[in-house]
Write a protein that binds this ligand. Sequence first.
Ligand code: SAM
Length: 264
Amino acid sequence: MIMFKHKKKLGQHFLKDKNIVRKIVKIADIKPDDYVWEIGSGKGILTEELLNRNCNLTTFEIDEKLYPILEDKFSNKINLIKEDVLKANWKKLLPNEKVKIVANLPFQITSPFLFKVVKFSEHFSKIVIMIQKEVAQRIKAKVGSKDYGILTLKMQYYFDVSYEFTVKSHLFYPKPKVDSAVISLIPREEKPAIEDEKFFWSIVETSFRSRRKMLRNNLKEILNAEQIEELSDDFDLSKRGETFSEREFVNLYNRIRSLVENIK
Ligand code: SAM
């Protein structure tokens, strides 16, 4: 029996409940021969259920103390990548086929991980991940709610998002301070046509710079008084960014682009 000490800084809260694991794998709809990436295999509770589905499984694990446990349990049935998933060379590791991601993610890597997934989104067919409940609520938030923001817009721009179910903290060992939630992400087939995505996101970010401020005041950062006046003919700039849907931000971006182009 190999002794193992959980490391908080690596987000090592292991699932205890096999029903939750089965539910996650069912949502991911794993078929034989699917290419699957698991992030952070821990002691392998999810790994084992994935292997039951006869998929091609690659698992990432950063903690070398877990390698003997995983190798002992799964030997050559998994492709174990002994690296930080954020630093690994995804370009090289991704197969030609689409990949599904299934993970009980370590909380502390959620943002950079999602950022990386966005960058490689066309390589994935489905992503089913357990994250902090509060982050899941922000990703799935509705326009105008307190949780709605840049993360919501960004994730919903690239993916169709579903909030699948909540997982109470007592179902993990050691017990984390907060509850978790499982979400699924499917790359969107049709996104709004945006020529300059970098500029679009800079407008969104500026609009949320100070959440309590009206759009008029936040947009001062990138537009002069004259441009703001012109813009207010078509948009109610006394509103806050959090009341603007994706469609409204796309319209705002198109209008700002034409204003800025006219000046050039
Ligand atoms: N899958 C297991 C389960 O459900 O019980 C473990 C999940 S635990 C929340 C997260 C796992 O990710 C830990 O085993 C941890 O060592 C690993 N981990 C943390 N940071 C990582 C990183 N940057 N890259 C790869 N694995 C990481």
